[in-house]
Design a protein around this ligand. Structure first.
Ligand SMILES: Nc1ncnc2c1ncn2[C@@H]1O[C@H](COP(=O)(O)OP(=O)(O)O)[C@@H](O)[C@H]1O
Ligand SMILES: [Mg+2]
Length: 291
């Protein structure tokens, strides 16, 4: 429940702080994440969603359900509303002056926009990784990963240490930085910085991870690492990833939503979208005829 989460968090509790430690014998497998809602309810049920910037309607009448513990890709040409749609899933768009929406979004069955829900708590439960990696420049690698937990009041040194290693392992970065945890976060390479941001997002054990073109600035090796980690974490987490790269959507998602000019044109299993789309616009886009 979002309400109970609020109480927990007022007590300085991070959802995962009460979870049993991940088995230390297999630290690279994602720790169980019991806070990510009842399995049977979709992570998100989006109904009649419209998103406006002032009077411009950037997202139009979107209806879709995003299943729990799966990877959903959002594809479509530039400017079709992918990032805007993604930001409505953790109320991030409310930070943009003039942005407003109509319609409903249920997260694990609860209205995300119900009166009284604190959007900052929603953003804690629904983590986000951006196109451009943004480690905190004055912080070390370790501080970057742990900043969210510390802000939530976690002081237990062994828990912090454990979460640091788990998060970096899940982000496929541990081996590369374990001897440099006290170096500046921005001393890492671009690909490492993006994985650091993923580790930072995972450290607070969000229920859901939103990724907005997380690989667009990465080389193919770093991209492959991020894709591998998406594959790993979906065992326990729900991932929604916006990507420009259709091969990436095909490789790492279970379901794909194709947006065009603010509308959800088609949403189905990834295989169906790429092999057997029902809408001519989807067919044209996935076969590279526009976009
Ligand atoms: N902050 C903003 N203010 C006004 N219009 C915006 C803003 N962000 C995006 N838009 C507009 O909303 C539409 C969708 O943009 P966006 O969601 O960024 O598309 P995508 O991520 O698919 O490239 C575009 O027409 C864009 O110009
Ligand atoms: Mg975008």
């Amino acid at each position: 429940m979002i309400t109970s989460m609020k109480q927990d968090s007022q007590a300085g509790h991070v959802p995962a702080a009460s979870t049993p430690a991940a088995p230390s014998a297999a630290p690279s497998t994602p720790p169980s994440n019991p806070s990510n809602g009842p399995r049977e309810l979709p992570a998100f049920a989006v109904k009649d969603l419209n998103l406006f910037y002032g009077t411009h309607r950037a997202v139009q009448e979107v209806n879709l359900e995003i299943p729990n513990r799966s990877v959903t890709a959002i594809i479509g040409p530039s400017g079709c509303g992918k990032s805007t749609f993604l930001r409505t899933l953790n109320r991030m768009h409310e930070l943009t002056p003039g942005a407003h929406h109509t319609g409903t979004i249920l997260m694990h069955g609860e209205d995300l926009y119900r009166a009284g829900i604190d959007p900052t708590l929603v953003r804690r439960r629904v983590g986000m990784v951006f196109q451009k990696s943004n480690p905190f420049p004055t912080m070390t690698v370790a501080e970057n990963v742990l900043v969210g937990l510390r802000l939530n009041g976690v002081k237990d040194k062994s828990l912090l240490r454990e979460r640091l290693e788990q998060s970096l392992r899940m982000a496929a970065l541990w081996d590369e930085v374990k001897d440099n945890l006290h170096k500046s976060g921005i001393s890492l390479s671009g690909g490492q910085q993006q994985r650091l941001c993923i580790a930072r997002a995972l450290a607070v054990r969000p229920e859901i991870l939103l990724m907005d073109e997380p690989c667009s600035a990465l080389d193919p090796i770093a991209t492959a690492k991020v894709e591998e980690l998406i594959h790993e974490i979906k065992k326990e987490y729900t991932v929604v990833i916006v990507t420009h790269n259709m091969q990436q959507a095909a490789r790492c998602s279970d379901r794909t939503a194709f947006f065009y000019m603010g509308k959800l044109i088609e949403y189905a299993e990834t295989k169906a979208i790429f092999m057997n789309p029902t809408q001519p616009q989807t067919e044209a886009y996935v076969s590279g005829r526009f976009g």
